[in-house]
Write a protein that binds this ligand. Structure first.
Ligand code: GLN
Length: 565
């Protein structure tokens, strides 16, 4: 039997950036997947960087790491959270990578001395990559980064225009996402920016089939009629996407708007009705968590703390939903701990988390927070740098090595309990040279993490250079630090835990990259479970709880201390 052809849905953005194109793409993918289709996504970034891993997290938010070790745009994290497909290196490419390849081909003589041009050489390379990403799937969504009208986006729009002719009109759909701004003085939303943006797109040869409108308020049918008329789409293909409090509501909302039916009609796809019941139940819990709230203190460099921990914030929320509770994240600046000591806000938290990070600044504050968690039996999760700082703290407090440090921060230290492995020494190239991607880990039997994972072998994603120094392993173990997970050959420490503590775990990898709302990561389920226990014990003893009365998912909790009950 002939395989069904892959259908392609391209999502472009207009009017403004930051409209949530990634989330929109991921949510459309989720509804289509709930109809039984195999969906994948390809993020096409028109910027010139060859290696998104070296881009500043301040400009770009989190670097998401794929199973096969690519450092990619954070939108790939959205795709994995909304879909069951695992994203790989091929699911994200930049203009820089495309040009790099074309120039290397030219240097090798592949073009036989012909003139190398944007059309066809660059556009062909773009199309080749899209085809590669879509292989074996029913639907491949292509999200084009940037906004229509950007100079650097032109070759990409030209490539997706040509794509329809290449693979057949019936196999390609264009969705354009724009903004309906509300103008206070006029007291109404305006459609003109959308009209202009669609005009720009059609001048490039792309007539959108569906227009999705972002707006902060509900709009009446007249607005949609106007857009349908001026932008040459049918009224049923003008879809509203009003702001939502909880991003996981989006697949259900799009379905209620009829978006998936429209897509299936236009692409001539026959599927059953979508089954969105598991999405619905996660959303219900997030909206009204039966077991209330816990507060997790996230201790890091203040400036890093928000967008650069996207996956981590989400994973905490998934862990909360699995425990039927909401999670408030109190972002705590580790440099402030260095200056002022352990704050009331940190003391009021139900659990403490030290996330991954780079750079010495604030590291002593992280170590103090970890000492506080260890000594006061506050549930603790250390991720990557968090594990490394936990080992430093343990070596200083329990092994009496007062100069213990990571050689990343104190190269000349007498006791580099965290150090570089031989193969990482002398690496000069900063791009893609860390331990990256999925590695197996063997879990020691009888440990807390064995109960948490319910497995002996696990696979987790990495992004770091430094490791626990094997020279100190025996001494750490003698003093009670359990090396609960190692590489299968036993050479690299992957997980540490403290048996004399209710829940103290450090992991060298990044579990947050594998957590999904429909498949919450066991470490976050366990960690939030421990935070709930800590909160309940604290309430039973009459102490104050940090949980604020009103819960906003993902909200930033400033210091608040209220009585329980
Ligand atoms: N800076 C540390 C290293 O490179 C930790 C990295 C991280 O937390 N992702 O090993």
């Amino acid at each position: 039997m002939k395989a069904r052809p892959t259908k392609y849905i391209f999502v472009t953005g207009g009017v403004a950036s930051s409209l949530g194109k990634g989330l929109t793409t991921a949510s459309i993918g989720a509804v289509l997947e709930s109809r039984g289709l195999r969906v994948t996504v390809c993020k096409i970034d028109p910027y010139l960087n060859v290696d998104p891993g070296t881009m500043s997290p301040f400009q770009h938010g989190e670097v998401f790491v794929t199973e096969d070790g690519a450092e990619t745009d954070l939108d790939l994290g959205h795709y994995e959270r909304f879909l069951s497909t695992t994203m790989l290196r091929k699911n994200n490419f930049t203009a820089g990578q495309v040009y790099d390849r074309v120039i290397r081909n030219e240097r090798r003589g592949d073009y036989l001395g012909g003139t190398v041009q944007v059309i066809p050489h660059v556009t062909d390379e773009i199309k080749r990559r899209i085809l590669e990403a879509g292989e074996g799937c029913d639907i491949c969504m292509g999200e084009v980064g940037g906004t229509v009208g950007d100079i650097e986006g032109l070759p990409f729009l030209e490539a997706i225009r040509q794509f329809r002719a290449d693979v057949g009109r019936e196999n390609v759909l264009y969705i354009h996402l724009t903004l309906l701004p509300f103008i206070n003085a006029a007291g109404e939303v305006k459609t003109k920016p959308t009209q202009h943006s669609v005009k720009e797109l059609t001048s490039l040869g792309i007539q959108p089939d569906i227009i999705i409108l972002r707006s902060d308020r509900a709009v009446d049918r007249k607005v949609r009629e106007k857009i349908a008329l001026f932008c040459n789409v049918d009224i049923d293909s003008v879809i509203m996407a009003q702001d939502v409090k909880n991003i996981y509501d989006l697949p259900v909302i799009f379905h209620e708007e009829g978006l998936d039916s429209r897509i299936c009609e236009k692409l001539n796809i026959w599927t059953g009705a979508p089954n969105l019941s598991s999405w619905q139940s996660v959303c219900d819990i997030i909206k009204a968590p039966a077991r209330g709230l816990v507060t997790v203190a996230m201790v890091g460099k203040y400036v890093d703390l928000r967008e650069s921990y996207k996956s981590l914030n989400e994973a905490l929320m998934h862990g909360g939903a699995a425990n039927e509770c909401g999670v408030n994240i109190a972002y705590i600046d580790s440099e402030a701990i260095e200056e002022h000591g352990i704050s009331e806000q940190l003391k009021a938290a139900d659990a403490i988390l030290v996330p991954g990070g780079f750079g010495k600044r604030g590291s002593e504050g992280k170590i103090s927070a970890i000492r506080y968690a260890r000594e006061n039996k506050v549930p603790f999760l250390g991720i990557c740098l968090g594990l490394q700082m936990a080992v430093v703290e343990f070596a200083r407090s329990q092994l009496g090595l007062k100069d213990a440090a990571s050689s990343e921060f104190v190269p000349e230290t007498a006791d580099p309990v965290i150090d570089l492995m031989a193969e990482q020494r002398g690496v000069a190239d900063m791009g893609a040279t860390m331990r990256l991607g999925a590695y197996p880990c063997r879990i020691k039997s009888g440990t807390l993490v064995e109960r948490v994972y319910g497995a002996e072998m696990i696979s987790e994603r990495h992004r770091h250079r430094w490791e626990v120094n094997n020279v100190y392993r025996d001494r750490l173990e003698e003093r009670g630090l359990v090396l609960a997970g190692t590489s299968p050959d036993g050479f690299l420490v992957e997980i540490v835990e403290l048996p004399e503590h209710p829940w103290f775990v450090g992991v060298q990898f990044h579990p947050e990259f594998q957590s999904r709302p429909l498949k919450p990561h066991p470490l976050f389920v366990g960690f939030i479970g421990a935070a709930l226990n800590a909160r309940d014990e604290r309430c039973a003893s009459g102490a104050s709880s940090s949980a604020p009365k009103k819960y906003k998912p993902g909200a930033i909790c400033e210091a608040s201390s209220e009585r329980c009950g």
